[in-house]
Ligand binder design. Structure first.
Ligand code: NAP
Length: 339
């Protein structure tokens, strides 16, 4: 199959690699053109615009950050819809608005182009290993055609309804993940404050009812205070905004997001170097545990109290102050060092 891949970030680049490995004829395009080079070294052709990438392709695979990016690269000037022939297919693996997706699919259909929304879950590890969970929306026919592409990097691929259904399922996924991050962060803060042996504790927790993807894949980062780039905090904030918008459309309050910690996270503009969700959760948990071993990790007063503008002179963030062992220094959210 001739596939154009547009958006070569944390997720899109490994997807393109899997398509090349599966024998597809791949053309790549990314806004920052240098990101095309490693794929070109593996045999992909490069294109200067989405329209050029889509020319002669059977399908366009997109994996970009947000809804306006997707709309622009598909339907804007020089967009993929200009290059893709009638009968072509767009497979979108970005996480974007379900309502906007249905609208974009309708506009593509006017040009005779099909679309499957296919947002993914499984993190950067899932993309690298080709084991992503994929939530799909679109017609039966388009979903069947998308299979050849999605099978290259997905291990569980589920068709959930018409255009937008895949994105709606992903919004549900993100609501659940956000809550899990918060509770894993709080649990770790409590365990560290109590001086429990962390490696042994993680193994024990993973074998019980507290097991989760976040615990298995991200708790280690929180404990080591090391956050390699995976899922950007800004992207999760964007996803929670999508979930809240869709919930409001349904007239359904999402209590955890609306009234609790996650709504504050959604609104909070964290400065500087905190780019991973688990980093933010862990740092707030760490700060909170200095005051009291407690809950409500992402409390808005706490967040404000540690922002550089509002933080009282002399107070600095550091790793949890465990009751029974020495505190390990960490850098502040604003990049300065702890005491
Ligand atoms: P990312 O690393 O920021 O990559 C996005 C890529 O899209 C960037 O390379 C960006 O180009 C490119 N791009 C944006 N607009 C473009 C345009 N108009 N034309 C061409 N290229 C464009 O993000 P990511 O982590 O791969 O995430 C991509 C999507 O997957 C997001 O919707 C995210 O929510 C979702 N997702 C991510 C994860 C994860 O763990 N990372 C997991 C599941 C789902 P530049 O290089 O110029 O910025």
């Amino acid at each position: 199959m001739r596939v154009a891949v547009i958006g070569l970030g944390t997720m899109g680049a490994p997807m393109a690699r899997h398509l090349i490995a599966a024998g597809h004829e791949v053309t790549v395009h990314n806004r920052t053109r240098e990101r095309e080079e490693p794929l070109a070294a593996l045999g992909a052709a490069r294109a200067a615009s989405p329209a050029e990438a889509a020319k002669g392709a059977d399908a366009v695979l997109t994996c970009v950050s947000d809804t306006p990016d997707l709309e622009q690269l598909l339907l804007g000037p020089g967009g993929a819809a200009e290059g893709l022939a009638r009968g072509g297919l767009v497979v979108d693996c970005s996480t974007v608005s379900p309502s906007a997706t249905a609208d974009i699919a309708a506009r593509l259909a006017e040009r005779g182009i099909g679309m499957v929304d296919a947002p993914v879950s499984g993190g950067s590890e899932g993309a690298e290993k080709g084991t992503l969970t994929i939530f799909c929306g679109g017609s039966d026919d388009d979903f069947a055609r998308a299979g050849e592409i999605l099978n290259a990097f997905g291990s569980r691929i589920t068709h959930l309804g018409p255009s937008g259904a895949g994105q709606m399922a992903k919004a549900v996924n993100q609501v659940m993940i956000a809550g899990t991050y918060a509770s894993v962060g709080e649990g770790i803060a409590l365990a560290q404050a109590a001086g429990l042996p962390m490696p042994e504790l993680l193994e024990a927790l993973s074998a019980g009812a507290a097991a989760s993807w976040v615990l298995s894949n991200r708790a280690g980062n929180m404990i080591d205070d090391t956050y390699p780039l995976g899922f950007k905090l800004a992207l999760h904030r964007k996803d929670l905004g999508i979930a809240l918008d869709e919930a409001a459309r349904e007239g359904l309050p999402l209590k955890t997001l609306d009234d609790g910690a996650m709504e504050r996270l959604r609104r909070y503009r964290w400065p500087g170097n905190v780019r991973e969700l688990e980093n933010l959760v862990r740092r707030l948990a760490a700060l909170y545990s200095q005051e009291t071993i407690g809950v409500d990790v992402i409390d808005v007063e706490l967040a404000e109290s540690v922002s550089p503008a509002a933080r009282p002179a002399g107070r600095c963030c550091r790793a949890p102050a465990p009751v029974r062992r020495a505190a390990r220094p960490a850098s502040c959210p604003d990049g300065s060092s702890g005491p």
